[in-house]
Design a protein around this ligand. Structure first.
Ligand SMILES: [Fe+2]
Length: 289
């Protein structure tokens, strides 16, 4: 169903693999049809993205009536496929610079990241204190974006190991909506901290991808994996259909880069937000739990 053996290494400051035509046009069409015929979406985020999320009642309903989406979901939601992805990364990035200090022992097919709004204290309680005994699970959503959708530069959730995007529509360059990869401008303190949401002035663009039908992008969710989406203008253009997912741990990931270890520090906030909206910095010091 997915020609992942065709994934190619992409030159960046963190591990990215890209595959063109990894999904056939025919399958893309079927997936668009299935997403379009969903009557209900779970939420609307980031200025115009409607999602059907793993874990919701709606997702179950959607999967049961959508044959191709179900097949794709079952493929990704398996230890076998997770191992395959991990091995492709290991093979392509032999002198792996970023290493997960406590690799997961178990693949949990049932688990998903909760989509409930919580504050930072509740988030810390949810993640627990023991970051060493890790499991991994798939998070996935079937999405469609309308005009106005954009994402400012960020790094994903601290529990993420790998993220992936599957583009189902061709978007003309003039309509924006491109996935942009950023890198932190070289400064002396570059190795000391990695903010979740750096300022635009701290970053430079490495590359922008214009979404193409059937393209799949996988990237390792390392502390410096900064990415964003340029504003999508829906004018004389189809909606932006895509599938977004990640392999996430039940605890935050502690990353090692050469001799340095990076620990996530969750930023205090009274505000109730989705777990993936919380701010956290990766620092070389251990946090006080
Ligand atoms: Fe992201």
């Amino acid at each position: 169903m997915l020609r992942i053996e065709k994934l190619k290494k992409f030159k960046s400051n963190f591990p990215i693999l890209v595959g063109n035509n990894t999904i056939s046009n025919h399958l893309c069409e079927s997936l668009i049809k299935e997403i379009s015929s969903s009557e209900t979406f779970d939420d609307l985020i980031m200025g115009g993205r409607s999602r059907i999320n793993k874990g919701s009642k709606n997702f179950k309903k959607y999967i049961n009536k959508s044959k191709i989406s179900k097949k794709l979901f079952q493929l990704f939601n398996s230890k076998k496929f997770y191992n395959k992805i991990e091995n492709i990364f290991k093979k392509n990035f032999k002198n792996q610079s970023w290493v997960n200090l406590y690799p997961p022992k178990l693949f949990n097919t049932k688990k998903f990241t909760i989509k409930k709004k919580i504050n930072s204290i509740e988030l810390k309680a949810l993640l627990g204190k023991n970051y060493k005994h890790t499991n991994v699970n798939l998070d996935i959503d079937f999405s469609v974006s309308k005009g106005g959708y954009r994402l400012r530069p960020h790094r994903d959730d601290i529990t993420r190991l790998y993220n992936f995007l599957i583009y189902l529509t061709d978007i003309p360059r003039k309509n924006g909506g491109s996935l942009t990869i950023y890198k932190k401008k070289a400064k002396k303190n570059i190795r000391k901290s990695f903010k979740r949401f750096p300022k635009m002035s701290e970053l430079e663009i490495v590359k922008s991808f214009t979404p193409k039908k059937g393209t799949v992008v996988f990237f390792q969710s390392t502390p410096n994996s900064y990415h964003g989406v340029k504003r999508f203008i829906e004018k004389n253009c189809p909606k932006r259909f895509f599938i977004y997912g990640s392999y996430a741990q039940n605890t935050p990931v502690i990353w090692k880069y050469k001799d340095a270890t990076y620990y996530p520090h969750i930023i205090y906030s009274k505000k109730r937000m989705l777990t993936s909206f919380h701010d956290a910095n990766y620092l070389t010091s251990e946090p006080k739990y």
